[in-house]
Every structure is written in C-alpha cells, then in structure tokens.
Design a protein around this ligand. Structure first.
Ligand code: ADP
Length: 361
C-alpha cells in the first residue's frame, strides 16, 4: 500500500534521509521509530506530499506522490505532530470545514457521525476546540485525518504531551483504526510501537537500521534477564561470588542497604535463567536471598537486541552471541550512538511532558 524506494532528502549539505526504502502492506500498522533528528518527520512529510525528495520515490497504492499528488493525497489522512486545529471553531464546524476542504463526496451526516463514534468525540461535538483537553484535541485531530475515509492514515508522534490515561486511549484508538486503514506512525517510544504496531522500522541519522515484525521485538524482550537482587551477607564477598558465578554476565552493587541486606544489579548471559542456581549458591553460603525483582529492558537494550536478531538472521553462520551488557566495549559504535540517543530523547520528552503537565495545572 505504501512504498518508499531509495528516498534521499538533503537540506543543503545536511542529509536528512540517506537512501531509505521500506514498504507497508494493506491493513498493516507500522511504527517509524527513531531519536530526535533521525529523519522521521522528513520521511512523513515526503510521504504526504508536503515536501519533495532530493531523489527516490514514494507511492501510495501505486500512485506516485510527486507526479500525481492530488490522486495520491486523496488516499491519505494525516495528523501532524501539532494537530492543525482552528481553536475558535466548534468540533462540528471544524469537521464540516475539513469535509468541504477535502471535497468529500460521502454522505456528510452519516460520515461525520461515524467518525465521531470511532474517535469518541460525540459528547464534545458542539464545543469550541479551545476549551477541550489535550486528549480531546488529539481525538479531533485524528477525526480530521479520517474525513474522506482515506485508505492510509499517517500519524506523527500521536501521543506526545498526553497524560498516561490519554496515551492508552489514543493507542487503543489507533490499534482499532488498523482494522480498516493502513496506518503509519512515528514515535520515539519503543513501548508505543510494541503496544500498537505490527512492524517497526527503526531509523537513525537518516538510515534504516532495523525493519522487524513486532513479535520479533517481543521475542528479544523476553530474553531479558536483568534482576535486582536483595541479599543478606557481606557486600564485597557476595559481589565477588556473583561475578564469578557461571551464567552471570554482569553484576554490580547498588547504593541501597536494608539492615544486613544489600541490593545488587545482576544480568545473566543470553538465554540463561540463573534464578534457581543463584538461590542455591547463596543458600549454600548462608546468605539469604530476600528479594529478586525482574527488571525490564531499557530502550538501549531493546534496540541492541533487535539489531542483534536481524544480524543473526542475516548471517546463517553467525553463532549466537552472548547478550551484550551495559559495560561491554565491543558494541558497534553506531548502535551505541542510537541507543544512547533514543534513551536521552525519551528522557528529554518525559521531562518536557512533565513540565507541560505542571504548566497545564
Ligand atoms: P525527526 O522527525 O526524526 O526528529 P526530522 O525529519 O525533523 O527528524 O529531521 C531530520 C534532520 O533534518 C535533522 O538533522 C534536522 O535538523 C534536519 N532538518 C529538518 N528540517 C529541516 C529544514 N527545514 N531545514 C534544514 N534542516 C532540516
């Protein structure tokens, strides 16, 4: 349904997109993931016909966006990062305006009613957009993208600035849209791609570094073996023991103390479940394991796992590599860059969202 072929975009001497190609099948929900400045918006702007590319081709249902923009744009609904709302209009006025603007031929009343039902804005239909919460404004933004019943819907960072409840609602909404539309969304949040998308395309510095089905991403996540262990016993000796135990790739003492118990961060080797062995080893030495909490992967780790997996698939002879620990120096520098950038970017956005929330209050 969407085909991007060897797309290049230069802004002067700055190369924003460096020969990217990918396809999105009909009814698929694909997430474009990457840190700030990766080239996501540029790709989306080219796809929606807002920007031209330096070279390469983008087409929707076989229609080239550059050579036949009107026909191609009829197939697209777009929600930019800042929803294009007229704040002084009511929702009703705005959606009718969008209906006119798009030259929509569908039965107006029935079509707008169905959209309002889908995005659940019926209760604010007569209200002025300025007075709506961010979550409702975002829904109205999604509603305008759906006017004309486009085959393809494109969302640029659809959950930025929303509170956790609104995020879940919008994600469910997008997931539901996948039943009738082909959806492409950009995000910097891996969990969002996991929750919503069938496939993930990771982009960094204008290049695609991974193109994976989400279940493969989930597979990578399941192999996580990171724990926070609370152990009673002398800290130095316990740590030495942990570090020498077979199956443990990395261990460090954390600055937490609870009586005679210290807390440690422990990471096992790839594919190894160390929990029982760890328990027995500690019991044999008379050190009580009084807490063992499984930790999720951070963005950096998940990204590296995804890249590891695609590398493994690419080379039949490739032996399964041990899982890379946070301190391993052998990590490819491009991956390291991206992992760090993703992590920093997510942190920055969280801080911004928290700041916005405080301002809203
Ligand atoms: P993302 O959406 O992933 O944050 P963008 O597509 O906005 O990334 O940006 C990709 C790169 O292109 C960045 O280096 C950015 O600074 C640059 N860029 C984006 N828009 C322009 C522009 N209008 N003029 C010059 N450089 C731009």
């Amino acid at each position: 349904m969407i085909k991007i072929e060897h797309l290049v975009k230069n802004y002067g001497s700055n190369c924003a997109l460096d020969d990217i190609s990918f396809e999105v099948g009909e009814g698929e929900i694909v997430g474009l993931l990457g840190p700030n400045g990766a080239g996501k918006s540029t790709a989306m702007n080219i796809l929606t016909g807002y920007l031209s590319s330096t070279s390469g081709k983008a087409s929707i249902a076989g229609i080239d966006i550059l050579s036949d923009p009107i026909r191609a744009k009829k197939l697209i609904g777009y929600l930019p990062e800042q929803p294009p709302l007229y704040l002084d209009m009511t929702v009703e006025e705005y959606l009718n305006f969008c209906y006119e603007l798009k030259g929509c031929k569908l039965n107006r009343e029935e079509h707008l009613r169905r959209i309002c039902e889908t995005v659940q804005i019926g209760d604010v239909y007569k209200r002025v957009i300025r007075n709506l919460s961010k979550g409702y404004r975002q829904r109205v933004g999604i509603a305008q993208a759906l006017v004309g019943d486009p085959k393809v819907v494109i969302f640029d960072e659809p959950t930025v600035g929303l509170d956790p409840k609104q995020i879940i609602e919008i994600r469910n909404l997008i997931r539901g849209l996948g039943k009738e539309h082909t959806v492409i969304l950009s995000t910097h949040i891996l969990q969002e791609v996991q929750a919503v998308c069938d496939r993930i395309v990771i982009i960094n510095k204008g290049r695609i570094v991974a193109n994976e089905k989400t279940e493969n991403l989930a597979g990578a996540v399941e192999q996580v073996r990171r724990f926070r262990a609370k152990i009673c016993g002398p800290q130095k000796e316990v740590l030495t023991c942990l570090r020498s135990m077979q199956g443990i790739a990395y261990a460090e003492a954390l600055a937490e103390r609870d009586g005679d118990a210290f807390t440690y961060f422990v990471e096992s080797e790839y594919g190894t479940d160390i929990r029982k062995k760890l328990f027995v080893m500690l019991a044999e030495r008379g050190w009580a394991l009084i807490g063992l909490e499984s930790l999720g992967m951070n963005l950096e780790d998940i990204f590296i796992s995804v890249v590891d997996k695609s590398e493994e698939k690419g080379t039949a002879a490739a032996a399964r590599k041990p899982r890379r620990t946070r301190n391993t120096k052998s990590r490819d520098s491009a991956e390291q860059d991206l992992g760090a950038a993703l992590y920093e970017d997510a942190k920055r956005r969280r801080e911004e969202a928290a700041q916005n929330e405080t301002e809203d209050d």
